[in-house]
Design a protein around this ligand. Structure first.
Ligand code: PMP
Length: 418
């Protein structure tokens, strides 16, 4: 079929049957139809390829369709894809063991679900059950998901206001501010929930010692620390878990996105024996999920961890991250009127622009030049670069060059408007 006709049909169907506003938004920004993907690239209906520097908000750590993950999932598909939910599930047990052996010491157990928000939902429930308290402290700009409990802790009122009342008892403090944490976390607090780097809030790296400081304040007040590593986890910030940067063990840790290797959806909530005893001690079915822990997703998770380790992808993530940050910082020097700051760790990188319009225009410019990026959900002034860890040096060069020319053209465009 003619690609133009096909494109018009997909837009029309999306607008009629999925979401009219979303169809308008994507078409306006210039996004085509995703036809196939491999490694660091996505192809649209015209056969044009895009370097994926968005990486599905951090999902494609191994790129698209990594052969080792695809192979493991295909093998499992022919044996048993979904759990019957009554027998023992060996794949679930294997993945849980692998996670426990790699996570900060003490996080022995894992509950599996299917998405990030479900992982957070479980974490909030587990904190309440463990402490018998209801107050949750979260941070402004935080993104923890959009189901009703997780949404209550997502620090952006625009996503919350149509759904009130949300889960009560949530208090927000500024991210990175330990003084506010000292005041907010008290003996009525069940948990503090924190991203080790704020993702959707605009790739905000906290001051050194912040996460360790929260750990200490929580312990002192008998509150739990929940590290939401849905985006930072599985190596995105250069270590398998973001909290490794400060050497602490949270009581509960959430994972999703990259854990499925870019092939399967999966969520995970890890916890200490103290937490599991309180939650599941009397009733092992207190929190359950029909699809959580299914064999297909767990096979993908196992292959993901093996691939990260066998292929040295954490080291590669750190190395490529440094190169990308250095390149983007050079562009910042050249265009300091439009680019305010480049920040991040590993391959979780944000570029803060001086105006919202620059974000929108330059994303479209980069797309036109064959690179897919987007701004962070809670902060449209920050463009995120979260490419696969398998990105090559020349692809990093391409990403920097594309950003450079997109910013230059945006600058000319803005100049012509005044
Ligand atoms: N927590 C964090 C830190 C996230 O970045 C996200 C998604 N951007 C979520 C939770 C929610 O994950 P999901 O979209 O899979 O529900």
């Amino acid at each position: 079929m003619d690609p133009e006709i096909y494109y018009a049909e997909v837009i029309e169907k999306t607008a009629t049957y999925v979401n009219p506003g979303l169809a308008k938004l994507l078409a306006f920004a210039g996004f085509g139809v995703e036809m196939k993907a491999e490694g660091c690239y996505i192809w649209d209906q015209e056969g044009k390829k895009y370097l994926d520097c968005l990486g599905g908000y951090g999902t494609f750590a191994l790129g698209h369709r990594h052969p080792k993950v695809v192979e493991a999932v295909k093998r499992q598909l022919d044996i048993m894809p979904l759990s019957a939910k009554a027998f023992f599930n060996a794949k679930q047990a294997d993945l849980a063991e692998m996670l426990a052996k790699r996570a900060p010491k003490g996080l022995q157990y894992t509950f599996f679900s299917n998405s990030g928000t479900e992982a957070v939902e479980a974490a909030l429930k587990f904190a309440k059950a463990t402490t018998g308290k209801a107050k949750i402290v979260s941070t402004q700009g935080a993104y923890h998901g959009k189901t009703i409990g997780a949404l209550a802790t997502t620090g952006k009122t625009k996503y919350q206001k149509n759904f009130e009342p949300l889960m009560p008892g949530v208090e927000f403090i500024d991210y990175g501010n330990l003084d506010q944490a000292r005041t907010a976390i008290d003996n009525q607090t069940a948990a503090m929930i924190i991203e080790t780097i704020q993702g959707e809030g605009g790739i905000v790296v906290p001051p050194a010692g912040y996460i360790a400081g929260l750990r200490e304040i929580c312990t002192r007040n008998g509150a739990l620390l929940i590290a939401d590593e849905v985006q930072t986890g599985m190596g995105r910030s250069g270590t398998l878990f973001g909290c490794e940067a400060e050497g602490i063990t949270p009581d509960i840790l959430t994972l999703a996105k990259a854990l499925g290797g870019g092939v399967m959806p999966i969520g995970a909530t890890m916890g200490t024996p103290e937490v599991w005893d309180k939650v599941f001690g009397e009733n092992p079915l207190l929190h359950t999920s029909t699809f959580g822990g299914n064999e297909l997703a767990c096979a993908a998770g196992i292959a993901t961890i093996q691939t990260i380790e066998e292929d040295g992808l954490l080291e590669r993530c750190r190395k490529m991250g440094e190169k990308l940050i250095a390149g983007l910082k050079q562009v910042q020097i050249e265009h300091s009127d439009l680019v305010k700051e480049v920040r991040g760790r590993g391959l979780m990188i944000g570029v803060e622009l001086t105006m919202d319009e620059v974000g929108e225009l330059s994303v479209a410019q980069m797309l036109k030049r064959g690179m897919c990026v987007a701004y962070t959900l809670n902060n449209p002034r920050v463009i995120r670069f979260e490419p696969p860890f398998i990105i090559s040096e020349s692809e990093v060069d391409f990403a920097v060059e594309t950003f450079r020319s997109a910013i230059a053209e945006t600058s000319e465009l803005l100049a012509s408007l005044v």
